[in-house]
Design a protein around this ligand. Structure first.
Ligand SMILES: [Zn+2]
Ligand SMILES: [Zn+2]
Length: 284
């Protein structure tokens, strides 16, 4: 008999899902953010030309980021309990045999899930920047110069709102457990990249088309510094369509690229910091 079973008595089932989900989220975070942190330490001063913010985080910030991330994982664990309970009751479209929809659908459903999360995040994020909702999101913005440890540092209400992507997707379209697992790893890696504080993407991903399609560390780094801009997650489409990219976003990427190509010649490639956008929605 395994550690966990679909036929456990309900209270035991809930307890095990809560603990296992919380631990799996924590383990993924620890590994990915830990590797990113190791890279930053290992490369050290050589990363200076690709830094998005000129200074490092204030003393004690990483510990606070870590602590709030731990809160998030228990909230995610709670939503996991709901999602697993729905599945046990037959309300979701989780399927176990790959052959049922074929390997092509396995890949397609992963892409679909990524796009679904991208849209869900963009709109929820914009909502949370409205003055009446900002209290939900302000914990995450307490970190003006975030580190990889801030990738899951949210207040509990924000974590709760963010946590429904997989349970909702499971109700909308069929998903295999492998797809969900691949998505969770992808989401963790991309979240950590967004909070890396340095721009390491290859030039190809930072060129004209790369910038149109994909977000990068600079994009989310500027969101933390400037607040009411750059709301998107994986893709730049929503910000581009709705005009919410920071007006100097592309210039900032170009400046970092230029500094990178002349590595070591210049101390600080960061262009003049623009004044904070005040055109819409209040900031905290
Ligand atoms: Zn962030
Ligand atoms: Zn925000």
């Amino acid at each position: 008999m395994g550690v966990w079973s679909w036929s456990d008595p309900w209270p035991l089932f809930w307890l095990k899902v809560l603990i296992l989900q919380g631990l799996f989220f924590f383990a993924r975070y620890l590994l990915v953010a830990g590797l990113a942190q190791a890279l930053l330490v290992w490369k050290g001063a050589r990363l200076h030309p690709v830094r998005i913010y000129p200074d490092g985080p204030p003393t004690g910030q990483k510990l606070r980021e870590f602590g709030w991330s731990l809160v998030t994982f228990w909230v995610f664990g709670f939503t996991g309990v709901v999602g697993f309970s729905w599945t046990r009751l037959g309300y979701t479209q989780l399927y176990r045999e790959v052959h049922r929809y074929g390997p092509g659908y396995l890949v397609f459903s992963l892409v679909l899930l990524v796009f679904f999360h991208d849209a869900y995040f963009y709109w929820l994020h914009r909502l949370m920047h409205r003055p009446n909702w900002y209290w939900v999101h302000q914990r995450h913005h307490q970190f003006r110069r975030p580190t990889p440890w801030a990738s899951f540092a949210f207040g509990p209400v924000e974590a709760f709102l963010l946590s429904w992507v997989v349970p909702l997707a499971l109700c909308l379209f069929p998903l295999h457990p492998w797809t969900v697992l691949a998505f969770l790893w992808f989401m963790t890696v991309m979240n950590v990249i967004g909070h890396l504080g340095v721009e390491l993407y290859p030039s190809g991903l930072l060129g004209r088309w790369g910038l149109r399609l994909l977000n990068n560390a600079t994009h989310h780094g500027m969101h933390h510094g400037e607040f009411n801009c750059n709301y998107g997650l994986y893709f730049n489409s929503w910000d581009r369509w709705l005009g919410t990219n920071h007006p100097l976003y592309e210039e900032k990427v170009k400046a970092i690229l230029a500094a990178r190509s002349g590595l070591g010649k210049k101390d600080d490639p960061t262009p003049e910091e623009p004044t904070r956008l005040q055109e819409e929605e209040g900031s905290g």
